[in-house]
Design a protein around this ligand. Structure first.
Ligand SMILES: NC(=O)c1ccc[n+]([C@@H]2O[C@H](COP(=O)([O-])OP(=O)(O)OC[C@H]3O[C@@H](n4cnc5c(N)ncnc54)[C@H](OP(=O)(O)O)[C@@H]3O)[C@@H](O)[C@H]2O)c1
Length: 346
């Protein structure tokens, strides 16, 4: 049984705690202790998820508990210092997306995990979605022919209070960006996983519907190393909010993942596949307890097993860094108006 601590008791922390509840039943991993800021909230969270310890300081948890790993699900700017503290203590670390708010931090985290010989995992749970894995397999088998275009479209809506109620969202220093680094990052990660590395991009980045520093709308045109074209649209300003869409087009077929499931898989000469009539809840951020956690369970299981088997987790620091690099390049292009060539140096 891999023993986990958890930092952060918000929406992200709750997903991890629920996943660990499932994995305890499997005898794979369990939640031992929790860190939050507010004592009463942290204690009740710990009790709700069966963790024996609760703390208001990460240092206290690290010194008093016997843990194998710590999951971090706090405001984005804290991921780096907290992950460093955990790794310096010799423990494995599983950090929520984005792994950090810039590449300097991400690279330091990757280096430190290698130096300390600890696992560094990043929570991109959709990589474990069965429909996404099916898409990856069809592409890898060459069923789509030569890939020509990939699109990641995240046209969501967040009301003003989503930013007003939070002491860290909406600011560069604490969120590290807006709709791209927080909401669209999952779909950008999948686009890169399915389409491969990007060679160059050009982007427009703006703030249209919220009183915030960071973007609530961005569009980018990409050229992948394979020669294929790509499009990224990320927003929290599109009313009333539309289902997330990921489209992959090849010379021999098209795959469309929309609202959390594979809506179309058309490959020349093969039977068309459609699945998952259920669309994701548009207001899911307001009712996180209603969101299924199957993909979180799969990701945390893989991470725990990577410790037990002493192998890399499937989404390690190098994989987790990829979407961050593209998002940082989009911000740079938006600021300068220039085409940005990859890899990006920060
Ligand atoms: N993978 C996913 O699908 C998914 C889904 C949602 C969120 N996330 C990610 O999860 C992370 C947290 O987001 P969230 O929506 O859960 O945010 P949130 O609701 O604002 O919760 C943040 C948590 O961090 C704690 N915290 C804040 N400052 C802290 C500090 N200085 N030291 C220790 N703890 C501190 C807060 O404690 P108090 O409550 O006690 O103040 C709270 O428990 C982000 O990286 C987000 O992108 C991921």
């Amino acid at each position: 049984m891999i023993k986990f601590g958890l930092v952060g008791t918000g929406v992200g922390g709750e997903f991890i705690a629920r996943a660990l509840q499932e994995l305890r039943k499997e005898g794979i991993a369990e939640l031992r202790a929790v860190v939050g800021r507010k004592p009463a909230k942290t204690e009740s969270f710990a009790k709700r998820f069966g963790a024996r310890g609760w703390y208001t300081s990460l240092r206290d948890m690290l010194s008093r508990e016997e843990l194998d790993a710590v999951a971090i699900s706090t405001p984005h700017y804290l991921h780096f210092p907290q992950a460093v503290e955990v790794m310096e203590a010799g423990l494995h670390v599983l950090v929520d997306k984005p792994m950090a708010i810039n590449l300097v931090e991400a690279d330091e985290m990757i280096r430190l995990s290698e130096r300390k010989g600890v696992k560094l995992g990043v929570i991109f749970e959709f990589r474990f979605d069965p429909d996404i894995e099916r898409m990856k397999k069809l592409i890898d088998e060459g069923k789509l022919g030569k890939l020509i275009m990939g699109e990641a479209v995240v046209e969501w809506h967040r009301p003003a209070e989503y930013y007003e109620r939070s002491d860290w969202r909406g600011r560069w220093a604490t969120e590290g960006g807006g709709a791209l680094i927080n909401q669209a990052i999952h779909t950008i990660d999948l686009l890169l996983w399915l389409m491969g590395d990007v060679e160059r991009l050009w982007a427009l980045v703006g703030t249209f519907a919220h009183d915030i520093e960071v973007e609530d709308l961005a569009v980018a045109a990409l050229k992948f190393r394979s020669g294929a074209f790509g499009v990224i649209q990320g927003s929290t300003a599109i009313y009333p909010g539309l289902p997330t869409r990921l489209e992959i087009h090849g010379t021999e077929g098209t795959l469309i993942w929309e609202g959390g499931s594979l809506k179309m898989a058309v490959v020349k000469g093969e039977e068309e596949v459609r699945s998952g009539a259920e669309a994701e809840g548009l207001a899911s951020w307001a009712r996180p307890e209603a969101v299924p956690i199957d993909n979180h369970v799969r990701l945390v299981r893989d991470f725990a097993q990577s410790i037990a088997e002493d192998r890399k987790p499937r989404v390690d620091g190098v994989e987790g860094r990829k979407s961050l690099e593209i998002i940082r390049a989009i911000y740079l292009s938006g600021r300068t108006g220039h085409v940005v060539e990859l890899p990006l140096r920060e």
